[in-house]
Design a protein around this ligand. Sequence first.
Ligand SMILES: C[S@@+](CC[C@H](N)C(=O)[O-])C[C@H]1O[C@@H](n2cnc3c(N)ncnc32)[C@H](O)[C@@H]1O
Length: 288
Amino acid sequence: MPNIRSLLNQTITRLQSTGSPTPQLDAEILLSHILKKSKEFIYSYPEFQPTKKQISDFQFLVSKRSKGEPIAYLTGHKQFYGLDFVVNKNVLIPRPETELLVEEVIRCFVNREPRTANRVLADIGTGSGCIAITLAKHLPRAKIYATDVTKKALTLAHQNAAVHRVSKQINFKHGDLLKPLTKIKIDVLVANLPYGWLAWKNNTSAESQGLKFEPKQALFTQEQGLKLYRQLFEQLTARRQRPKLIFIEFDPRQTVKLKALSKKFLPRYKQKIKKDLAGLNRILTLHN
Ligand SMILES: C[S@@+](CC[C@H](N)C(=O)[O-])C[C@H]1O[C@@H](n2cnc3c(N)ncnc32)[C@H](O)[C@@H]1O
């Protein structure tokens, strides 16, 4: 029976040959997950002999990984802003770019609203709930609403909110964009809606391989990825009361069109663009 060292070596070679960009890390994470042990354990006890069942479970996950399935779906977990989130195939895997969105919301909220921190925030297209839940943890006096059109995503978001003990602070609603919140006065709106388009779908780079395992309704939309943001702006114009602050994540290639859309529907708002760690435009902030 193979020990940890030989399992790791075989797996790294296999994942290298099937094109994983991070074969060693993948092998470590999957083995730690199956053994329910830390990475330190794996390297401290290379002679340790996993059981037959553990080896076959591990091989099963490795074969899925070798076909490009994202690690987060194989382990059922993803770290986001220092918190652990349960994920499954009904939700987008939280992205590092979105951590930047959350950071920006917290920064602006604390700077602009320090005395009135019991404001109402809305997270539109909540998915796993990672944005709403992280904001709830960092802004304990804020009241948060979170919407999604996918019922199964909301089920998971509820589960994550319970794990992080913020269920009372977040009101999850099923429905299209702002429609479930017509009677709610929103102070701060955050949205990471699907903004992918056809050119994305046809991208065959190694990093994009995992996209085919994620839900299409969480990734893609028409009008070069801007249909849902256009509809969100339209819904906002129809409301009597509009948020003071709006935060939107987007693809850098959409900068000009997204700014033009927001100018058209929300002309009174000042626009600010925040770049991501790669120096690319990523977050649009609108303030009134
Ligand atoms: C890009 S994912 C983002 C998920 C999560 N907010 C995150 O940042 O990881 C977009 C989410 O928007 C949801 N969605 C798509 N169309 C929607 C609509 N019309 N109204 C509300 N939510 C929608 C999808 O089901 C999906 O969960």
